[in-house]
Design a protein around this ligand. Structure first.
Ligand SMILES: Nc1ncnc2c1ncn2[C@@H]1O[C@H](COP(=O)(O)OP(=O)(O)O)[C@@H](O)[C@H]1O
Ligand SMILES: [Mg+2]
Length: 147
């Protein structure tokens, strides 16, 4: 397990960190993004998408729960469990067992703590935790269970 901490001062810098992480992805990885609203979780996913060759605009999947984007060689699953906080286990089941680990996919999950037990017990994952320091400053801690 490897942990790296970053400080960013712009959304672009946050996206750059995501692009660097994307370079290490082989397919099948699960990335769990935590931190308060507005901390930059979706901005990070935009950086990932760019590196994966996604052409459309990546925005928050809060109301859809999952958005699927075709990249150059991989499909990006952008999941947001925010609205599942008080849902029962059946409703929390988004069928992610069909996706996680599939080498043609990269999964990025916001608010994973509200996900179902399958998601909560899944390993290895790459955790990305965001702390809001001020309007433009964020602390980003990446804990990578792959190594
Ligand atoms: N250093 C930074 N990193 C990421 N986002 C930043 C940063 N500074 C300002 N922002 C802004 O903060 C907001 C983050 O929103 P978003 O990525 O949707 O957050 P979340 O998905 O965590 O709720 C965006 O408007 C972004 O432009
Ligand atoms: Mg978001």
């Amino acid at each position: 397990m490897k942990t790296i901490q970053y400080l960013t001062e712009t959304a672009e810098e946050t996206k750059k960190i995501a692009r660097d992480l994307a370079m290490t992805l082989k397919g099948g990885e699960v990335i769990l993004a935590t931190g308060p609203l507005g901390a930059g979780k979706t901005a990070f996913c935009q950086g990932l998408g760019k590196a994966l060759g996604v052409e459309g605009i990546i925005n928050s999947p809060t109301f859809n729960l999952i958005k699927v984007y075709k990249g150059k060689t991989k499909t990006l699953y952008h999941v947001d469990c925010y609205r599942l906080e008080n849902a029962d286990e059946e409703k929390k089941d988004l069928g992610l067992d069909e996706v996680f680990g599939d080498p043609d996919t990269i999964s990025y999950v916001e608010w994973p703590m509200y996900g179902n037990n399958y998601l909560l017990d899944y390993h290895p994952v790459i955790k990305v935790d965001f702390t809001y320091l001020d309007e433009d400053k964020r602390k980003i801690v990446i804990t990578d269970e792959r190594q």
